[in-house]
Design a protein around this ligand. Structure first.
Ligand code: ADP
Ligand code: MG
Length: 386
């Protein structure tokens, strides 16, 4: 689960990480009051959406008067923000953070993630923070400092200070850095975070260290034990299809290819996608309908796939273990009856009552290609969807 910048900053400030003063508003009428509460003469208006790259997408606007703040709020609020990290539609801007403009000396990067290779929580830091950190990481990876925390130990102040030294921070900033990094590590561990990032972490002309941005991704599997985090969820930022899918307990992820897939079991779904790719096709989605799926869920899954815009064919691959293939066949026929079928479809059924399921489909009079071999099914759908 993702949260907004302003929410991440609230968590930061509760954990010894300093942030600029800011006020969240959802209406331009609140802008001038926010400016006077913040004081100063430079403000930054920041669109609150669940995507990075907002600066590049025009979602972070520097303002030198209250009027400019109002114009910026008018421009952003109620609109959609498209950034290099969103799709072409962008994400709705329902709130903006009006923040005190800062005197930036240097933009650093500081993040924590789980490095699956070393199996450690890993600190990433760089003097080259800011809007082009992805470029830094890919073109000059030596500019990223990496430090793996021992799983049974904790992050020590000494390690923090060593990282600060590599970043070239002076004594006063080092002390602030240590507190910030320890705070970040605490949030990471206590809230079951999978990625936490401050980019940029700035040093100011006043010799302070401030988190100017904040990104936190939480591990969905652990959300059940963090009610406070779950309360921060903003469904306006989530993919509509993925949300409908989760209502029906379907694991659904939109992808860029052209072949819609409906499979039971995540492992089988991945194997199916690999085979499609191997035979020259590409998947439009990942969809796991679950081990003990029902005809109703199959029907819903079918509807979801049909709404994916690039789909030019559908491959259904069900292994009947707990679930009976004849029930799946009924679900497919029900769905086709309900939503119509204007795409080629290949169905591969294997396992419990597979023969009965395939027979039902073959005798239905609906144009469905049935297969009992997965490789043949993949080859067929790639061919038909061309
Ligand atoms: P994103 O990463 O989504 O582009 P950021 O919050 O990192 O958004 O903002 C982009 C850039 O805007 C920052 O790298 C920084 O240079 C500038 N910026 C953001 N907030 C402020 C602020 N309060 N004062 C001055 N500059 C800011
Ligand atoms: Mg940023």
């Amino acid at each position: 689960m993702h949260i907004h910048e302003y929410q991440a900053k609230t968590l930061f400030s509760h954990n010894n990480i300093q942030t600029p003063k800011g006020i969240l508003i959802s209406n331009t009428k609140q802008a001038s009051k926010a400016c006077s509460e913040l004081g100063g003469s430079v403000w930054v208006v920041k669109a609150q959406v669940h995507a990075g790259g907002r600066g590049k997408g025009g979602g972070v606007i520097l303002c030198r008067s209250v009027m400019e703040v109002e114009v910026a709020c008018d421009k952003l609020l109620g609109g959609q923000l498209i950034t290099p990290q969103t799709d072409a539609k962008g994400l709705p801007i329902n709130q903006v953070l009006v923040e005190a403009g800062q005197n930036i000396e240097q933009e650093l990067y500081l993040g924590l993630l789980i490095d699956r290779q070393t199996q450690k929580i890993t600190v990433l830091a760089s003097t080259e923070g800011g809007m082009d950190i992805e470029k830094v990481a890919s073109e000059t990876p030596d500019k990223i400092i990496k430090f793996g925390v021992e799983p049974l130990g904790a992050l020590s102040e000494k390690s923090c200070a060593e990282i600060a030294e590599k970043l070239g921070l002076n004594a006063e900033l080092t002390e602030q850095f240590n507190r910030a990094l320890l705070g970040l590590y605490d949030i990471f561990v206590q809230k079951d975070v999978s990625l936490i990032e401050i980019n940029p972490l700035i040093t100011t002309a006043e010799n302070t260290l401030l988190a100017l941005d904040g990104k936190i991704d939480f591990d969905d599997n652990a959300l059940y034990r963090h009610e406070d985090i779950l309360a921060l969820r903003d469904i306006s930022q989530e993919d509509e299809k993925e949300m409908t899918a989760s209502e029906y307990q379907l694991n659904y992820i939109s992808l860029n290819g052209t072949i819609g897939c409906m499979v039971n079991g995540a492992g089988l779904a991945m194997a199916t996608m690999d085979l499609i790719e191997h035979h020259g096709g590409s998947s439009a989605n990942f969809l796991d309908v679950g081990g003990g799926t029902t005809a109703q869920r199959v029907a819903k899954a079918f509807e979801l796939i049909q709404t994916e815009k690039n789909v030019s064919g559908v491959l259904v691959n069900i292994f009947g273990g707990i679930v009976r293939c004849d029930l799946i066949a009924e679900g497919i026929l029900q769905a086709i009856e309900k939503v119509g079928l204007n795409l080629p479809i290949v169905v591969r059924l294997e396992g419990t009552n597979a023969a009965a399921g395939l027979k039902l489909l073959d005798e239905s009079g609906v144009a469905i290609h049935t297969e009992s071999d997965l490789t043949q099914a993949a080859i067929k759908i790639v061919e038909l969807s061309k």
